[in-house]
Ligand binder design. Structure first.
Ligand SMILES: [Zn+2]
Length: 415
């Protein structure tokens, strides 16, 4: 095949769509979504359908000790590192048909397209489905990629139980996906994850593809303020140590920090608790939980520092005791520049409109990028809705992203 012929290659839109719809029948919900949670009988059925499709085109199948599933399409150079196309097949309890699934079946469609054309790349290609990305049945999320990348401990993850007390180890056994291969990075040259955006940006900007450059960083803070409880009637305002007043200032400060660093900043006050929680008692304790995010590491650190300063200043001003705990931190993830360029060039070659974008949600790629060169491709989804049975994309949108994946992979797999 000449280079020109190779550049003309396109995936089969009808086949990709019917594959997505066939998979969506496993765990289909009345409202048109999907409930195929990790390591359930339905997840097993979904995995088996995927494996049967991969075997039809001659893939070798394997799974590791946390159930991560790999379908390998050999290259001409067996020593060359794999080009990985991966995402997840599990869903939220009231999930959609495309979150994760699109990335796995988009990868399959790339392999099918190469198979149709009897095309073999230099590097081997693999499509992978990571175990329990959603974290709905077993916490934490991104469990399979977390273990594979060395971020999560295998034995502790195998002991995690669902709400019925069934452990990950037991669920893997009952699905027959407890493999013997070690969950650890093998020889991978690049990892590309195709995914729906799960936000409204591409749709609003009228772009067909997002060239994902990284993932937002985040900080979770819990601030506990302690005042002196007293009667709401007899106690004059100036005689109170009321923790709600500084709380209000802290909330304002968090929103101001977001506004100063707009538009890429986020501040969310997800929880406010007053204790003892009585209408005619000034609370003794107030707890607020704050989520701050940004896509730039330096700005994220500044927001973090500024927020801590503001909390200290406000509590000092109101003379209340406080404790500020950092509950979770995710550093800003920057994807690999070679992988990002490959997606950019592939978008131009396919002729789709594309823009750079930063992911607001976490993905398996966050963990992968710590071990192997990684980037992602986004397509828009209707109204940016995801983790919802109403999650929706069109066959054309699915086609665009898969064509970009095809040419990204061809670039990376032939150099
Ligand atoms: Zn996902």
């Amino acid at each position: 095949m000449t280079l020109n012929e190779r550049n003309q290659l396109r995936i089969n839109k009808t086949r990709l769509w019917s594959t997505l719809m066939d998979m969506a029948q496993i765990g289909a919900t009345a409202k048109g979504g999907c409930n195929r949670q990790a390591l359930t009988a339905l997840d097993k059925a979904g995995r088996e359908l995927f494996i049967s499709w991969c075997r039809e085109i001659g893939c070798e199948i394997r799974w590791d000790e946390i159930g991560n599933l790999f379908a390998r399409y050999p290259g001409t150079d067996p020593n060359a590192g794999t080009i990985l196309m991966s995402s997840h097949l599990d869903t939220q309890p009231t999930g959609g048909k495309f979150d994760g699934v699109y990335g796995v079946l988009g990868g399959l469609e790339v392999l099918r397209t190469l198979h149709d054309n009897q095309l073999t790349s230099r590097h081997p290609l693999e499509v992978a489905a990571w175990t329990n990305e959603e974290g709905a049945r077993f916490t934490p999320a991104c469990m399979g990629s977390g273990v594979w990348s060395g971020n999560l401990n295998l034995d502790s993850m195998l002991r995690v139980t669902d709400k019925d007390g069934i452990s990950v180890a037991e669920a893997l056994e009952s699905c027959s996906y407890k493999g013997t291969i070690k969950a650890a990075p093998h020889n991978v040259s690049a990892a590309i994850e195709l995914h729906i955006e799960q936000g409204p940006v591409l749709e609003k900007q009228n772009k067909e593809v997002g060239i994902v450059t990284g993932i937002q960083g985040l900080r979770w803070f819990t601030v506990t303020l302690t005042g002196i409880p007293c009667h709401a009637g007899p106690t004059p305002m100036e005689d109170r140590t009321d923790p709600v007043q500084p709380m209000a200032e802290i909330i304002k400060a968090a929103y101001a920090i977001a506004a100063e660093n707009a538009p890429a900043s986020r501040a969310t006050i997800g929880e406010i608790i007053t204790l003892p929680g009585s209408p005619n008692t000034v609370p003794e304790t107030v707890v607020i939980r704050i989520d701050l995010r940004h896509q730039n590491a330096e700005i994220m650190n500044n927001m973090d520092r500024l927020f801590r300063q503001q909390v200290a200043r406000i509590c000092n001003e109101y003379a209340v005791d406080y404790a500020l705990e950092e509950k979770w931190r995710m550093e800003v993830t920057s994807f690999n520049s070679t992988c990002i360029s490959a997606v950019e060039e592939a978008s131009a070659l396919v002729g789709v409109s594309a823009m750079p974008i930063v992911s607001g949600a976490g993905h398996d790629s966050l963990y992968l990028s710590q071990r192997v060169p990684t980037s992602m491709i986004f397509i828009p989804c209707k109204n940016g809705i995801s983790h919802n049975e109403a999650e929706s994309i069109t066959p054309e949108q699915a086609e665009n992203g898969a064509n970009v994946l095809l040419h990204t992979v061809l670039k990376l797999a032939n150099n």
